[in-house]
Ligand binder design. Sequence first.
Ligand SMILES: [Zn+2]
Length: 363
Amino acid sequence: MGARLFRDGRWGRGGLIVAVALLGARPLLAVPIPYRVGPAESEDEPTKSHFQWEVKDQGAELALDFGADDPELPRQLGISRLVKLPARRQGDHFIVQGNELNALVREVFTPVAKDKQLVRRDTEVTQVDLQEVSIQVARDNFNLRLTLTLDVTVHTKDEDGNEDSTRINGSFPITAEPVPLKSEDASKAVLDRFGRYVDTARKRSIDPRNAARYVDEEAFRRALSRAGEDAASNADTHGFVDRRGTPVAYIRPGALPYTTVHEVTHVYMNPHFRDLGKYVNEGVTHFFAQLAVVDPDGNAAYDFSQRYQQPVRAAEGLLGWAGLDTVATAYFGSGTAEIEALRRRVDENKGPGWFDRFIRENR
Ligand SMILES: [Zn+2]
């Protein structure tokens, strides 16, 4: 574990896969990652998820949410709100094609053809011919690039019996960006990887649906002030954990997408771990949060590289000297004994006094 799993302020994909394996965790993600298509919305609105993407053992699954913008739409189209489509690997990307997608395109095109007036309303859609229908899914850094390829002919007949046809043929590229996990999904992702390290009483006291709260700016400031935090020095804070009772994370409007899983990781942490100082606390949190959302290919769902470079270097030291298991036991445990065990382990490895000196230098 002394190998450098970390480069240029971020953990490499190989390092993340190794880390998941060292935890004895299954490489599969516990939850699908939600994505949004199209331009950013208002900062105060909760972000809509247009589809979910989940990399599986052999392939992947694309779940399209037809009700994200308009809850009435699935009913109008006569389809269920979340339509799940299997994807198979094809080189470095995935491809969705086959019966499920064909059936969906047929179902969608019949009402769409009428609604968008591809055909007149007094005209009947008699047949939808699919020459080609596929969706290619590729990663573009942290975004997904979907390419919908269609060659579809809609056949119609008007009330006088005149037949006609309209052909739609082309490739439609779509870029989608990951949006934050819901509270219960962030909890599920963290517990799936680290559940066996988390103190049982703490785990029991936290309601996964309430581990993170998305609030507006005013409520965020009120929560900061209730927790005794100063609003001015928290002007750049994307989220924080209120620890006065059962810990709860507050997420600021417009927070970077990784914030929720980062803060929810803090929610499950040993409060004594914070005594090791800001760098160690934030660095280990950041690394563990990233591990919670790494897929079997070693791709983290969110961009974790934007903050915490120095803290992550501090965490890298600890993880290298003590190993993931000992650090996770200290981080998610219940008291100071697990932190003492971490200190002993580091000093065994590096020499007496090393841990205390390291903590002093990384405050
Ligand atoms: Zn943090």
